[in-house]
Design a protein. Structure first.
Length: 255
């Protein structure tokens, strides 16, 4: 089968490799344009941290003392709703920022962050980074652009939850995951992110039972193949027909 690339808006390319972590493909695009001496200045603000799989990095409502740059691994950002309902807002992978939305206001975390697999990161204190931004306003502007893009993405998600059915939601999430974590194989595009069916349900804002039933239906239609915690996309054209683009399609890592 000829594999066609997922048709979604492209993200910014990764920025320079600043953290020095082995295997890191580069830090966030907001650091593009920094000179070598500026990168060294930023590196001095970074403190290495490591978490095991399924470990909490911070809880919703906890004070935000700074933000993280993910070097290796994957983290899910989860918002707690009424009762036991939860919504996964986004998946953060290598080179992406975690907790950056609180840099300017210093408020408590609005969601919890939990690792999907062993994760290494760099932590940067808020006050120190604000001083850095004063000396490097181009990074501040690019950070503001990133936050604005995520806001647009969340607005699109509100439209999706209000008007889209479970098939369209799941199809769009699978395509977004394929864009970030897809590995091309002979039979199709395998999503390598280690996600449970419950994780996918929380991304789509539906029940686990509905997610399982919908995924089974997509498999019966030969659009995907289910393999424990992995999913292989067999027919990207078919999924794209289900996942018609929303106005304001997210361009940051919002699922």
């Amino acid at each position: 089968m000829a594999i066609k690339r997922v048709v979604l808006q492209a993200k910014h390319p990764k920025g320079p490799l600043i953290c020095g972590s082995e295997g890191c493909a580069g830090c966030s695009w907001i650091f593009q344009g920094l000179s070598e001496s500026d990168q060294q200045e930023l590196q001095k603000l970074m403190r290495p941290v490591r978490y095991e799989a399924d470990e909490t990095i911070f809880h919703e409502g906890a004070p935000a003392f700074g933000f993280f740059i993910i070097c290796q691994g994957q983290v899910k950002l989860v918002k707690q709703g009424s009762g036991a309902k939860r919504q996964i807002l986004k998946i953060i992978g290598p080179g992406e920022l975690l907790g950056e939305e609180n840099i300017f206001n210093g408020k408590a975390h609005g969601a919890s962050a939990r690792t999907l697999e062993p994760t290494s990161a760099r932590f940067v204190k808020r006050e120190e980074f604000l001083d850095f931004l004063k000396r490097h306003p181009q990074v501040a502007l690019q950070l503001a652009e990133k936050i604005a893009r995520e806001l647009q993405g969340f607005q699109a998600k509100l439209i999706e939850v209000a008007y889209e059915g479970c098939r369209a939601r799941l199809a769009r999430i699978l395509l977004a995951l394929a864009r970030e974590y897809g590995a091309e194989e002979k039979e199709g595009l395998r999503i390598t992110a280690k996600l449970t069916r419950n994780d996918l349900a929380e991304m789509a804002g539906i029940s686990t039972e509905t997610a399982i039933r919908t995924l089974t239906e997509l498999e019966e239609r030969r659009l995907i193949r289910l393999e424990r915690r992995k999913i292989c996309i067999l027919d990207q054209d078919g999924l794209e027909e289900l996942a018609a683009a929303l106005p304001g399609e997210p361009t940051e890592n919002v699922l």
